[in-house]
Design a protein around this ligand. Sequence first.
Ligand code: MG
Length: 228
Amino acid sequence: MTPAMTEYWQPQPPVVTPGKACTEAVAAPSDAIVLFDGKNLSQWENTKGNAAGWTVHDGVFTVKNGTGDIRTKQKFNDYQLHLEWMTPVGITGESQARGNSGVFMQGMYEIQILDNYENETYVNGQTGSIYKQTPPLVNAMRKPGEWNTYDIIYTAPTFKRDGTYRTPPRVTVLQNGILLQNNTTILGTTPYIGFPEVKEHGAGPIILQDHGDPSAPISFRNIWIREL
Ligand code: MG
């Protein structure tokens, strides 16, 4: 197979301009586990289990190209996750090579993060897609240099004895308060090449992707999770 065999470009989701951004971040509620509070990456590690190599500065952290993905030390099942991300002013590149990152549920299933502000790509690979599966309902991007929020409600799968899904994973995604995925069924893994696969797993980490795009480092802030 080639990558293009699982990419489709039409119809492009309509563009919805988000309402005015809050000047203050949405602070974590009392029962949340704070995964990043602006100070350090103590809740995170690289995928080899060593210290996360991304850069903390000015209350945010930024992908350090080439250091690899980072994951939470803690593993989760069902949750509500809040995170905020921003692509830089002056970003270059197009389609997938423009601020590509991603957030993985249970280390398995990628919700895409990409700069899709006036940047078309295949719709099942744009921001808020379940990567290479389901496009978002709309394109709710803010401009580079403005913070986007993600609120993700995730239901973990259950498995039959033979390792197939008894109940598949499901996800709801809001970007900047706008619905992108409405309790959508996740079909399996989210590979770049090939079709989704069903692989049995238990609780897993949140992973953030280092896609290796030097021109477009993405920053993150204010990450918290509520286990359900
Ligand atoms: Mg990605």
